[in-house]
Design a protein around this ligand. Structure first.
Ligand SMILES: Cc1ncc(COP(=O)(O)O)c(C=O)c1O
Length: 394
């Protein structure tokens, strides 16, 4: 038998389609500067600067003390699944059976990977509204599927039109990814747009993967609607959500997937054979997060809104840049094409000359995350404005 020859260092072919994460590349540069003793203000990553609320930490610690340190059910502990089911009913008008229709995941990240691995065949196409969160593209590649970006106009404030989707539809289209509020744009999809997306999915028999991780981060009196709650959508939607952002729990690695029992039967097998279950004591922290007081969430979101308004106010009149007013999440997506350099060059210059880290998204855009403290954000914006106006940065 003739065997293909591999070198020891050779990676799988699909890895050729998976670059190293762009934000991580910036973080490496930041680490270098910080090691040399230069403090950098972080506006690149999307992790809230708040600590996890005390009652949640206590629940995690209590679970360790109580000996909750072993494997749990693959689906997650039942009290957490029951809490999630109640939350989905109360907040999202969604009815899921806690025993058969909810899986506790290692963050939404695992939910994304699990959904694509379990539900897509090689060559299936996945429509992803663009600007997009890169994880969807990479997960599709890893599943052997084909990510198909659907460009959405800034002029429409990043609300997709049906024609945008129709233009990218093919015989192989199998899934549509819907993220609201969106990363990187902060768009909150309107009810009529969601209804259009739902009709489009039903007419073309598509699955929908709904990433609702920024659900609580909504401003300007906008309202979050779960696409799975629209008629005809429950059986074809996988709703993903988690604790990272709403409860400042990025390091706990806790999220969940809710879907019709038949879809869950496929998802659980990926989960079983890749992670077995989510960390046992983190799951008890999750119960406290959902069942406990929600004032911590409201206070955090109020503070995020204060920061959002600061960024909008400070950057509004800078020549050469523009951005639609974000209504959700924790980011401002800035078009820098009016400056005489690419977004990549701008990112390098901001880091080297103003000691501010932002995320370059493509040649024309950077993403500013306002997840640093208000005070640091003020300093960063002052420096950024000086830099962009061509003045010396102090
Ligand atoms: C849109 C979106 N989905 C998923 C994730 C991953 O979240 P988690 O920490 O729950 O894995 C992020 C993280 O930034 C995100 O922005």
């Amino acid at each position: 038998m003739l065997r293909k020859k591999y070198t020891m260092q050779q990676s799988a072919e699909r890895m050729n389609r998976i670059p190293f994460s762009g934000i991580r590349t910036i973080l490496e540069q930041v680490n270098c500067l910080e090691r040399e003793g230069t403090p950098v203000i972080h506006l690149e990553a999307g992790h809230p600067n708040f600590d996890t609320p005390g009652h949640i930490k206590q629940a995690g610690l209590g679970a360790i003390d109580d000996g909750q340190v072993h494997y749990t059910s693959n689906f997650g502990i039942l009290p957490l699944r029951e809490a999630i089911a109640r939350k989905l009913k109360h907040d999202n008008h969604l009815d899921y059976d806690s025993k058969t229709e909810i899986i506790v995941t290692v963050g939404v990240s695992e939910g994304i990977m699990m959904s694509m691995m379990a539900l897509l065949n090689p060559g299936d196409e996945v429509l992803i509204l663009e600007p997009l969160f890169p994880c969807y593209v990479m997960a599709a590649h890893m599943a052997g599927a084909i990510p198909v970006p659907v460009p959405v106009c800034a002029e429409n404030e990043y609300q997709p039109a049906r024609a945008d989707l129709e233009a990218r539809l093919s015989k192989r289209t199998r899934m549509l990814v819907v993220t609201t509020p969106g990363n990187p744009t902060g768009v909150v999809l309107s009810e009529s747009v969601l209804r259009d997306l739902a009709d489009f999915s039903i007419e073309n028999n598509l699955l929908v993967m709904a990433d609702e991780i920024y659900e609580k981060f909504i401003y300007d009196n906008r309202r979050h609607i779960s696409i799975a709650s629209l008629s005809g959508m429950r059986s074809r939607t996988i709703t993903l959500n988690g604790f990272s952002k709403s409860y400042a729990m990025t390091g706990w690695r806790l999220g969940y997937a809710a879907a019709d029992a038949q879809l869950i039967q496929a998802l659980i097998r990926i989960h079983q054979y890749s992670v077995v279950c989510t960390n046992s004591f983190a799951q008890w922290g999750g119960v406290a997060a959902i069942e406990g007081p929600q004032t911590c969430v409201r206070e955090m979101v109020e503070e995020f809104n204060r920061r959002r308004l600061l960024v909008i106010e400070q950057l509004r009149d800078i020549p050469g840049i523009s951005f639609p007013r974000p209504q959700g999440a924790m980011y401002v997506y800035v078009d820098v094409s009016g400056l005489n350099k690419s977004a990549y060059q701008l990112t390098d210059d901001l880091l080297e000359q103003a000691h501010i880290a932002v995320a370059p998204w493509d040649r024309r855009h950077i993403r500013i995350s306002y997840s640093s403290s208000y005070e640091l954000l003020q300093v960063a914006l002052e420096r950024m404005c000086q830099f962009l106006r061509g003045k010396p940065v102090c």
